[in-house]
Ligand binder design. Structure first.
Ligand SMILES: [Zn+2]
Ligand SMILES: [Zn+2]
Ligand SMILES: [Zn+2]
Length: 683
């Protein structure tokens, strides 16, 4: 089993002897000295990119001398020339070249400016005129949980047709070794398929035969094949999973369809019963998932926790990778309340052992969320009716929020609908009278129907907004459920920005959306779903520069890291991506096809392809051999997929697929009757 290590030898450089520093931008720099930012010990990279340990210190010393005395700057570890750099620094939005010393950018400017940074041991990279952006920051992803199962999942992310998807399912069933299952765990949309529909149980059973199979559409529904029903022991007497309906046929036997009616808890519990890889293989899976993120230009994620993602046991794997210096992606994580009704006790227990800020730039705990109280949330899919939170919600949330803000814990809270946000804000305003909310960074997440009034209330308490492109996958369903007019403002990005609210963007991967950040950037710029349905009104579209800012600097600001990362500026962490295509020049619809050809985190190369492949670190081999990731890799890029064309594309939902909602079957759920919007299984 070949493992890739970031920490080859342990020669460390620190700047503890230089408590204050000046800007490294220019020898004649007149900037005032600033406090030295905290720097973790930098273990030299074994990737062949960075040079010997002492050089970083030399470079820094030279820069200090140069800045103060106009003497030439010392050598950099890395200089990147001939690039088109979008810095996301308003003072210098574009640049041509950059220099890196140790983990940080040392200089940004023109090719000529960089000459004095080049020494005999400096690694000089020719960007070949390509576009460079700050490393992308997914400000809301369920990364740690997703990493544990990434390699065993058959990911349909980007697959262009259901016909292709079913071929993948069939082939993977033939490969999969017992006791493992074939599993597709969200991240795709039926609208990305040319057929514009989900598979049927018959199709899934035909493709997978005797190999147990679990296919989940977002958090909406799961399909279990006959073999899975057998392994689980599901029969006519099996009760509905929590918050869900187990569909039964006329004879009373389960068909294999499980639909989330009131809570995603049932689907989560079902997936928990699918056999998992060993701890070692889960660690490999997490490394592969980080590398897949790096391939797409991501250098940081803010982890939103998740149901069943308990501290500390489900964080020990990622902590181990961090301790072994195997991180290639920076992770800031939030602790998600695990026990409905016992949320305060969860946080009281956790605050005994961990505090926000604990960790380092690779792995750091940053606060609470995205659930701090289960009762204060709303559905994860737009096709579900929204049941009002119980009346006890306000008093419970007051307790939990007062406790967290009092302890100085930043808060993130899931709120798709304004009806949820309104009640949360009622509570936070009350908390704010005793403990100022402005003492912590806090944000509402999703906010698809957040009203202008609620935006004002968020702004008044110094809050932030974190949106995600869930509409990319579930937008058609949103429009069917709530109407096209509501969809045009879901979310009302234009209004948020006009109000001056800080807005960061992310994905909400890996189940509620795909993890590909470029699908999200595409959505911000075009207002289109993965199924090419234009939903967002013009007033909610943003420029490419603004979209990039929401995916970089605004994400950093959510965790209080805006002075450390999120833009390409001297003194910030050297995280950037060299792109496959010019993000600023490609046709809008091609934004979603962009990848990175070179990704650098903290001055170390974590991904390289094409002309930059030689720069890339060793490949991590997924184990065991039968894993789908060994065959399909990660996201199925449109232009490179080379997959068979679908035999024929069906029309959109409603175009002959069903007789309309009047004929949709009624399912008797555990909280009343519930009806699918249509019987065709395209919801
Ligand atoms: Zn959420
Ligand atoms: Zn989430
Ligand atoms: Zn239909």
């Amino acid at each position: 089993m070949k493992r890739f290590s970031l920490g080859g030898n342990a020669a460390a450089t620190t700047t503890s002897d230089t408590p204050r520093y000046r800007h490294w931008c220019d020898p004649a720099c007149g900037h005032e000295a600033e406090p030295e930012p905290p720097r973790r010990q930098f273990l030299r990279s074994s990737l062949g990119l960075a040079t010997a340990g002492g050089v970083a210190g030399l470079g820094l010393g030279g820069a200090l001398a140069g800045c103060a005395s106009t003497a030439p700057a010392g050598p950099a570890d890395v200089v990147l020339l001939n690039a088109r750099i979008a810095t996301v620094d308003p003072k210098r939005p574009r640049a041509q070249a950059l220099a890196i010393v140790g983990e940080q950018f040392a200089a940004v400017g023109s090719d000529a400016d960089m000459q004095r940074w080049i020494g005999p041991r400096t690694r000089v990279i020719d960007a070949q005129g390509r576009t460079v952006v700050p490393g992308l920051i997914d400000s809301h992803a369920h990364f740690i949980r997703g990493g544990l199962t990434y390699t065993q999942e058959l990911r349909w992310d980007g697959v262009p047709s259901l016909a292709d998807a079913l071929v993948m399912l069939r082939d993977q069933a033939r490969r999969t070794q017992p006791p493992h299952w074939v599993q597709v765990v969200g991240g795709f949309s039926p609208y990305q398929f040319r057929e514009k529909r989900l598979p049927t149980l018959q199709e899934i059973n035909a493709a997978t035969g005797d190999v147990p199979c679990f296919v989940m559409n977002l958090y909406d529904r799961a399909f279990l094949n006959r073999a899975a029903l057998r392994v689980l022991g599901f029969d006519r007497n099996t009760p509905n999973p929590i918050g869900s309906v187990l569909e039964k046929d006329a004879a009373g036997n389960p068909t294999g369809l499980v639909v989330n009616t009131t809570s995603l808890g049932g689907l989560v519990a079902l997936f928990a019963r699918v056999p998992k890889l060993s701890d070692d293989d889960q660690a490999l899976s997490t490394q592969l998932y980080m590398r897949e993120m790096n391939r797409l230009g991501l250098t940081s994620v803010v982890d939103a926790g998740g149901g069943g993602q308990n501290y500390p046991e489900h964080y020990s794997g990622i902590a181990q990778l961090a301790a072994e210096r195997k991180m290639t992606l920076r992770i800031s994580y939030n602790l998600f309340a695990q026990r409905p009704g016992q949320e305060l006790a969860d946080y009281q227990a956790w605050s005994q052992r961990v505090a926000p800020g604990q960790g380092d730039d690779w792995l750091r705990m940053v606060g609470a969320g995205e659930y701090i109280l289960w009762a204060a949330t709303d559905p994860a899919n737009f096709g579900k009716s929204v049941a009002p939170a119980p009346a006890i919600m306000e008093s419970k949330l007051t307790e939990v929020a007062t406790y967290l803000v009092g302890k100085g814990w930043p808060i993130r809270m899931h709120a798709s609908y304004d009806s949820t946000a309104t009640r949360i804000l009622d509570v936070l305003e009350k908390v704010n009278r005793d403990v100022p909310m402005k003492n912590v960074r806090w944000a509402l997440d999703h906010c698809e129907t957040l009203s202008p009034r609620s935006m004002e209330r968020v702004a008044a308490m110094g809050g932030r907004i974190a949106i995600q492109n869930r509409m990319s996958l579930d937008g058609e369903v949103f429009a069917q459920t709530w109407g096209r007019e509501a969809a045009a403002d879901a979310p009302a990005i234009g209004r948020m920005r006009a109000m001056g609210l800080p807005v960061a963007c992310g994905t909400d991967s890996s189940r509620a959306t795909s993890y590909n950040p470029w699908v999200s950037l595409h959505w911000l710029v075009t207002g289109k779903t993965m199924g090419d349905t234009r939903l967002n009104a013009d007033r909610n579209l943003v420029s490419r520069d603004e979209a990039l800012r929401m995916w970089t600097l605004e994400g950093a600001a959510l965790t209080g890291d805006e002075a450390r990362k999120g833009s390409i500026q001297p003194g910030k962490l050297a995280d950037f991506a060299l792109l496959s295509d010019d993000y600023f020049a490609v046709p809008e619809d091609d934004i979603r096809d962009i990848t990175a050809v070179l990704t650098v985190v903290g001055g170390a190369v974590v991904h390289g392809s094409g002309a930059f492949a030689a720069q890339a670190p060793a490949v991590v081999k997924p184990m065991p051999d039968w894993l789908p990731v060994n065959v399909y890799g990660g996201y199925q890029q449109r232009r490179k997929s080379g997959m068979a064309q679908a035999p024929g594309a069906a029309g959109m939902h409603g175009a002959g697929c069903c007789a309309g909602s009047a004929s949709a079957p009624i399912i008797v759920g555990d909280r009343g009757n519930w009806r699918m919007s249509c019987g065709c299984a395209v919801v």
